[in-house]
Design a protein around this ligand. Structure first.
Ligand code: NZQ
Ligand code: ZN
Length: 387
């Protein structure tokens, strides 16, 4: 087991109706609030009106229109501008991972005198950030319980995971009923994203029985509950369990003491969604089984056998490579069965820029140091196999 130094300072307030605590929570941070949200789902949900009513005694400024794969320009820049001009005390992010990620970059940018891209690109380390409270409305990223935000810069095709302990939300409200309206497409993509977060921690050199059990349960829970959410979008119990599976996903709690995997599928997918603005979870679902096939070898086989036997119930007496290949096929079939398009061409990506993207990933993601190292040719082969 590896050494670790772990703290998640985020307060989680979970369950039906917990929003009633919002006024009390927000009072602790000050009067001037920057309310951030996306393209309007929170208005359809009635959540926008509810928040405004609960916080009628506060001074609220708004940043709306934050897009999926949130953009540095205009969203981060606009949010930083408002925060500085209005001397904002706290950000209240209401929406999916994109809204929250964008708010994290704004929180750091608001306390920095230079170009916020200096922080996101790790040229400068942030010294302070505004506190963030969020009401998460989509189960997927785990941004509500981690210190990262993923920001896209269109003109350079960059999509950077910006992490800093200053960016943990102070408080996250998790009410599963707010996810009842999430579309089938986004529910399935959220499931694939969260499953991949677990796999990125599971497929590594050094793990423990404890962590393996936790992660295998997480994967099984996601598969069972995502299906239930798709069949009945208002199944509270299924939405609730899926929400927690996702919340645990990215803050390392699933894998404390494990060695690093290098998060290869995320490294590759971030190029796809940077170049083509596709849905992150769909890109991951497409890449994951092709990556698995590509790295399957005598060195990696034992993790795949464990995955196949414990997650998919494949008979452990079979040949090791048969178990591994069946497990990979089951992974593919599961994603396909929940309605995810399983080929890059189906999400608008053809062969024309695969080489360019593979080069970008090889230059920027450090995947030569992953558990199963990937060079530019490996990445290109995985992209080609995903077409
Ligand atoms: O914009 P609105 O109108 O709010 O609609 C959104 C958006 O169109 C909609 N939506 C959200 N909640 C809804 C809803 N529709 C109906 N009912 C609701 N309750 O769903 C669409 C997608 O929203 P988005 O926030 O983009 O989805 P998600 O939460 O999957 O976030 C994806 C982003 O997070 C990044 C991804 O790369 C991507 O940019 N990630 C962030 C991570 C992190 N911070 O730790 C880790 C992940 O690996 C991931 O990379
Ligand atoms: Zn992800």
């Amino acid at each position: 087991m590896q050494n670790f130094d772990y703290m998640t300072p985020t307060r989680l307030i979970f369950g039906k109706g917990v929003i009633s605590k919002l006024p009390e929570v927000m009072r602790g941070f000050g009067k001037k609030i920057l309310l951030t949200y996306g393209g309007g789902s929170i208005k359809k949900l009635g959540l926008y009106d509810k928040v405004k009513e609960l916080l009628k005694d506060s001074e609220i400024y708004e940043l709306s229109g934050i897009q999926p794969n949130p953009k540095y320009d205009p969203s981060v820049l606009d949010g930083v501008k408002i925060s500085k001009e209005k001397d904002i005390d706290v950000i209240l992010a209401v929406g999916g991972g994109s809204v929250l990620d964008c708010s994290k970059a704004i929180a750091a940018g608001a306390k920095y005198d230079g170009d916020p891209w200096d922080l996101i690109s790790y040229k400068v380390k942030a010294k302070a950030a505004l506190p963030i409270v969020d009401i998460i409305t989509l189960a997927a990223t785990g941004s509500e319980y981690d210190s990262g935000g993923v920001i896209s810069r269109t003109e350079t095709n960059d999509k950077i995971g910006y992490m800093d302990p200053l960016l943990y939300p102070a408080v996250s409200f998790l009410d599963p009923t707010y996810t009842f309206t999430v579309s089938k497409k986004q529910t399935a993509a959220g499931c694939a994203d969260a499953m991949n977060h677990i796999m990125e921690q599971y497929f590594c050199e050094d793990s423990t029985l404890l962590n393996d059990g936790f992660m295998e349960a997480g994967l099984k829970s996601l598969m069972v509950n995502a299906r239930k959410c798709l069949d009945n979008p208002e199944d509270y119990t299924a939405r609730a369990e899926m929400m927690l599976d996702c919340t645990y996903g990215c803050n390392a709690i699933y894998s404390l003491g494990n060695s690093q995997s290098g998060w290869p599928c995320h490294g590759m997918e971030h190029a796809l969604s940077a170049y083509y603005d596709i849905t992150h979870g769909e890109g991951l679902a497409i890449i994951t089984p092709r990556w698995m096939k590509h790295i399957l070898s005598e060195k990696t086989i034992d993790r795949f056998v464990k995955y196949g036997v414990n997650v998919f119930g494949i008979d452990c007496k079979h040949d090791k490579f048969d178990i591994a290949n069946k497990a990979i096929d089951e992974t593919y079939k599961f994603f396909e069965s929940i309605g995810i398009p399983m080929h890059l061409k189906e999400v608008g990506i053809d062969e024309s820029r695969l080489g360019e993207m593979a080069h970008h990933v090889a230059e920027n993601e450090g995947l030569e140091n992953a558990w199963a190292p990937l060079n530019e040719q490996d990445i290109l082969d995985i992209f080609k196999a995903s077409l």
